[in-house]
Write a protein that binds this ligand. Sequence first.
Ligand code: PLP
Length: 371
Amino acid sequence: MIYLDYNATTPVTVEVFEAMKPYFCEEWANPSSPYAFSARPSAAIEKARNQVASLIGALPEEIIFTSCATESNQTILQSLLANSDQQIIVTSAVEHNSILEPLKDLANIHILSVNQAGLIDLNELEMICSRQRVALVSIIWANNETGVISDIQAVAEICRKYNILLHTDTVQATGKLSLDVRETPIDYLSLSSHKIYGPKGVGATYVRTGAPYKPMITGSQEQARRGGTEAVPLIVGFGEAAEIAAKSLAERITHTKKLRDLFEQNIQQQIPGTYINGSREHRLTNTTNIGFRGIDSDMIIQLLSHQGIMVSNGSACTSSALTPSHVLLAMGRSYEEANEAIRFSVSHLTKEADIHTTVEILRDIVNSIRG
Ligand code: PLP
């Protein structure tokens, strides 16, 4: 199998799995229990908190473990909506559905449009922030479908200027870009373990010290900020994955850029009628979103899958829903174009031979469809 869908999810690294193992059958105590048997699971959670905090330059006490980034995103939205009292939430048209869905029926929302490159207009953001009462700005750091990277530094400066809280969904940026909350004044950030070679079922929210926060699930765990007995093995795995991601960042960036660029070059040389969606300049090094003129992407995806190559047309959460990508539509692509798009996302595990094989098979598929 050739897997080119690392933005959907990633495998658990062997070291990560090894780190998790003791916390299933040996160190299985409830970390909140009062006796000595709980000391190791409890310490393991704190180690993981440190590991995740260091990945983004945060303090350990600013990290809250959750079940996934969807929970993190929605807790922040609910937290601020509960507080908002006639204020609006500002977000963008290219956010992940875990942000857009809960906001869709609310009146006090402003959705920023994006240009063809997939980038928001900072002047529009500044205009809204200067004229309206804004409770929260939430902007995705790197888009899951196109890899387009927002200018979060500039967004943060605008929010700072008008004293507005800023949340960013960093699920796709984590482990692929350098993120440091000491350099970029962000108040909230959502992270997911399974996109960085950690286990599924665990995420984290960064909440800057002093920023308002209202738990969605109440209870005494996580300093009363997220109830429910902690998923110790998953949290440990997330911590380990975060530490590896921090150490391997530069190497992973170099490898993925080389292979992604090679893939794009070969596609453009060998397959006519193809085009890239989104900014090529402001983009994750592992992602490319390519349109194949006149061909429905689902057909290509299924034919590739029959040949053992796994790719998708965007968000794993919506790819089975057969609706064209809201991200590409927001970027001004037509329905036809949005239906032609396929996302390819490589990783440090991808080999050059995988790229050549995929391009060859893709070329044959496209030629046979076009006749
Ligand atoms: N945000 C983005 C940008 C994503 O790509 C995803 C997952 O695809 C999520 C949020 C949701 O993450 P999780 O699967 O941890 O809920």
